[in-house]
Design a protein around this ligand. Sequence first.
Ligand code: ZN
Ligand code: ZN
Length: 336
Amino acid sequence: MPELRTDWLTGRTVLVAENRANRPNEFADELRSSNGEPASAAGAIASTVSDCPFCAGNESRTPPAVYTANDPSGRWRLRVVPNMYPAVGSEADQPTVHPLAEPAVGAHEVIIEAARHIDRMSLLSVTELQDVFVAYAERLRHWRSDGRFNYGLIFKNQGARAGASLAHVHSQLMALPGIPPAVERELQRAEQDFAEQGSCAYCRLIARELSDGRRIVVDRDGYVAFCPFASLQPCEVWLLPKAHEEAFEQMRSREFFQRLAGVLHAVIRKLESLVPGAAYNMLLRTAPWQSADGSGWHWRIELLPRLTSFAGLELATGVHINPLPPESAAGRLRDA
Ligand SMILES: [Zn+2]
Ligand SMILES: [Zn+2]
């Protein structure tokens, strides 16, 4: 029987309809046939590509780096550069085309996660992934302290189906002056719940998921990863610290980033062994910067595989159809 599931914190509603498909391998086949080839062809890709702007040697094809991490020999292994084609502008005083439009002001950066030409985050070593998280925290702190912005988001589009336009492994940062509407609504619910219950809603969610157990994918090293009750897509995974931590960028210790890199690496490898070449979006949701201390936010990473398309129902109603119940998805990911 198809069922409607609503997550009260995020406000998302999902129609879990198992009859529409039931094997992740079928989704992988679908992925291949829709793209003509697997989303990843890492084995066939050269380590450096002469026309790739993110490869070592082609630094002149991007704006100068605002942050770099180097290997022991002094060569860069991670660079952060301003986005050449930003979705938001840096100047508030530019005129808009339409008088009723507002200028979309913000910062937009690209985190180039490796100097060599690899096309998947899973091909980074755990140490390289750790460097990526250190860079995320550093750049979020930078924009947070800038003072003009109230919201910072890190996201990755893995694969063309998830919105990537360049194959070379990278992610993006956006800093925005206002809190986007969907985030604002979640923040309000979380703050209200924190005020009423005297404890963090996400901490209680983690406790419920751990005691239920059916949707847990990984529980180790201070992190828990689970398929959310109202998963938008098959094999969606949320990863949260088990200790209450509001803002990702408050974290500074090497050990913190090391443990996180180990756990996320394991989750991505599981996903990719279940769905080879999966396209996915990764979202790092840290506390909005405007929120008061003790707001009840709790940072998380969302991995959202793009195995089915958003279609008419999703666009018209905001209700997503997910053909794979998260309880089944978590079982398969645990075994992967
Ligand atoms: Zn490249
Ligand atoms: Zn919490």
